[in-house]
Structures are given as C-alpha cells and as structure tokens.
Write a protein that binds this ligand. Structure first.
Ligand SMILES: Nc1ncnc2c1ncn2[C@@H]1O[C@H](COP(=O)(O)OP(=O)(O)O)[C@@H](O)[C@H]1O
Ligand SMILES: [Mg+2]
Length: 356
C-alpha cells in the first residue's frame, strides 16, 4: 500500500485528542513475528522475517533500528505502521493497538517508506497540500505548514517543481515533508538516506536531528549504515535474522559488548609471552600477531595505566601501545559472529514483490 492510499483511509476522521500511552511508551511491542511464504506450489517455503521482536520506544527518543539487509527492519516497520498484520504478537503505537485501532495509529504517525512516495506528476507543493488535506488539514493550513517544511528541509524555490525533476536528495526530503505535513508526534523513516551521496546524507541527518529539537517528535528510523546510527540515534536496536540482539546507546554497546582494542608492540619477540600473560589479566581473548599482542579490554582508559606498570615490572619494553575505540561493526561482530558488511554481502535479495 502506498502512503497515498494510507492517507485516504484516514481522511475525514477526527484527530485523537486523548491518548493512553502504554506506560508512557510511544511504541510497545511484544513477541512480534511475521512469516512470509516465498515460491509457489510445492516449492513454497516459509521465510521467518520477524522472529519474536520486543521493543519499547519512549516519547521523544530518536531510535535507530540497525541491521543488515534482510534482517527484518522493513517488515517490523510495516507491522508497526499497520501496513502488515503480524503473524503473532501485539503492538501499540502512540497508545493505540495496531490490530484493532489501525486508523488511530495511522493518524498519529508519519511514515516514509523505504521506496518513497509515488508522486502523480503534479507540482511538489500541490502534492504536499493534497496530502495534508487528506489528513484533515484545511487548504490554508496545508499550504502554510507545507511551505514552512519546504523552508526547513531546504526545498525552498521547489514548490512549483515536479518531483520527477528533483535530485535524489531533494526527493527524499520531499518524502519526509509528506510524512510530516500533519505534524505527527511519531515518525517512522525506513532507510531515509539510502542511495544518497555523502553530502545529501549529512544534510538529511541534520534535518532528522532537527525533528525532535523543533517539534519534539519521536523518531524511529531504520538503517544499515553504522555511521548514521552512531550520529543520529539516542539508542540503537540491533536486529539480526528477525531478532533483536541488543538495545542500548551506541557508547554503552561499544563499552559493554566489544570493548576497546589494546595493541602492544613489544621491542623484542622474547617478551611476547610475558606481554600476553599480562594483557590476559584484563582481556578475555589475547592474540599474538608478529611483535604485537592484542586484546579487547572494557574501558581501556582505566585499565591501561595499571597494565603499563605491570609490563614494566615484568621487564617488557614496548615500541608502541595503541588503544582503538570499538566501532559499531565490532559490536555487531561480537553479537552475531559476523561483520555487518559481510552479513550485507551474504544476504540474498527478496524475490517477491513487497520485500523491500
Ligand atoms: N513480501 C515478501 N515475500 C517474501 N519474503 C519477504 C517479503 N518481504 C520481505 N521478505 C523477506 O523477509 C526478510 C526480511 O525482509 P525485510 O524486512 O525487508 O528486511 P530489511 O528491511 O531488514 O532489509 C528477508 O529475508 C526478505 O527476503
Ligand atoms: Mg528494508
């Protein structure tokens, strides 16, 4: 279903005035599962796209749903936005049940799909005004809000341009305008920057960060870009093969899950064994490569001074010591045994329509 159809369903309904948010959670989901069937006849095989997802997102949070292609991000998002019924599990979004109060959920959210809007061939401004009116805004309000959003998202001057004549970055920002026209309190963005050049991505990041600052919106975005999750999100939900494997801030995940990499370069190979033993007192797995001894250490800043004293006492002299902060890819590797990049490469593309 396109967002246009989605809005038609919502048109003419009264805006919800009172909400009962589940324990002040904007999104609350338990045990979500979704099975697709791919292939035909005897060849038909189940694909467990979402496999028991629990998630809680508080009002005002910017959360990144991070995982490789095929991990189940879009499927989860489509369940939360009522576009797809879960095979199992329950979810409430903005205080409404996705199964029994789909219309209220749709009125409360903005959604920018991974593939973007299908524009009709009209001017961008007219598309936006139409869209706002479908959500119950007066023409005047839709024009005023639309123009303000065009300004904010650096689309000024493009009101009377057809979307098909816009650049990729401009079109993606127009998608976001469409998702924001009715001032939703919760915005879902599915891979908002995929396919954009680095400058357009950085520009969009700024606008997404702005959403909460300006209108206090809760933002739930999916991405397979580690740097994007790192820069934008208060909290990350890491999904792999349909399951959430971690949920925390980027800093906490790096500290707790991966740890800093400490690399000691000894002056003399005869000192390798002693250096390894010393590092092993603060690191679970230590490896030797050439004249280097390496291991991951939780919060190395605290542990390294003691280690240096130990090494000196043991008669080890170092040519160099390096402490490398972990990346989110290290976190993913520790959690799943695969690097996010390898997981990306290994994932087959969905064969069926609708698998995005
Ligand atoms: N309509 C569909 N029919 C069959 N399989 C699908 C469909 N949509 C998605 N899938 C499969 O479900 C899994 C999760 O897909 P998706 O939620 O799109 O992942 P992501 O958004 O994380 O890339 C993938 O294995 C994908 O191939
Ligand atoms: Mg997707």
């Amino acid at each position: 279903m396109t967002r246009r159809e989605l809005s038609v369903d919502c048109a003419g309904l009264a805006r919800p005035t009172t909400l009962s948010i589940h324990g002040s959670m904007m999104i609350h989901a338990r045990g979500l599962k979704h099975t697709f069937w791919s292939g035909r006849g005897k060849e038909k095989k189940p694909v467990q796209a979402v496999d028991g997802v629990d998630l809680d997102v508080a009002e005002g949070e910017v959360v990144a749903f991070l995982g490789p292609n095929g991990a189940g991000k879009t499927t989860t998002l489509r369940i939360l936005t009522t576009l797809l019924k879960p095979t199992e599990g329950t979810a409430s979004v903005a205080g409404f049940d996705v199964a029994t109060q789909a219309v209220q959920v749709r009125r409360s959210i903005g959604y920018c799909s991974q593939v973007g809007s299908t524009f009709s061939g009209a001017y961008a401004g007219d598309e936006v005004v139409d869209h706002g009116m479908l959500y119950g805004l007066s023409r005047r309000d839709a024009v005023a809000t639309g123009q303000e959003l065009f300004d904010r998202l650096q689309l000024d001057g493009l009101w009377r341009r057809m979307p098909k004549h816009m650049s990729g970055g401009q079109k993606r920002r127009l998608d976001i305008v469409m998702a924001l026209i009715h001032s939703p309190r919760l915005v879902f963005l599915d891979e908002p920057t995929t396919g954009l050049d680095p400058q357009a991505r950085a520009n969009l990041w700024q606008h997404i960060g702005d959403l909460r600052a300006r209108q206090g919106a809760t933002v739930f975005l999916t991405t397979h870009y580690l740097d994007e999750a790192d820069v934008l999100a208060d909290r990350l939900l890491v999904i792999d093969r349909g399951r959430i494997v971690a949920a925390d801030t980027s800093d906490n995940l790096k500290a707790a899950v991966a740890g800093d990499l400490v690399d000691l370069e000894v002056s003399d190979r005869t000192e390798l064994a002693v250096a390894r033993d010393k590092l092993a007192t603060i690191s679970d797995e230590v490896e030797i490569v050439d004249r280097h001894v390496r291991g991951r250490v939780a919060r190395a800043g605290k542990a390294v001074p003691g280690l240096l004293r130990d090494l000196e006492a043991g008669g080890v002299s170092l040519d160099s010591i390096e402490v490398v902060r972990p990346t989110l890819d290290d976190v993913f590797l520790t959690l799943t045994g695969r690097s996010l990049r390898d997981a990306e490469a290994a994932t087959e593309k969905p064969a069926t329509e609708g698998g995005r």
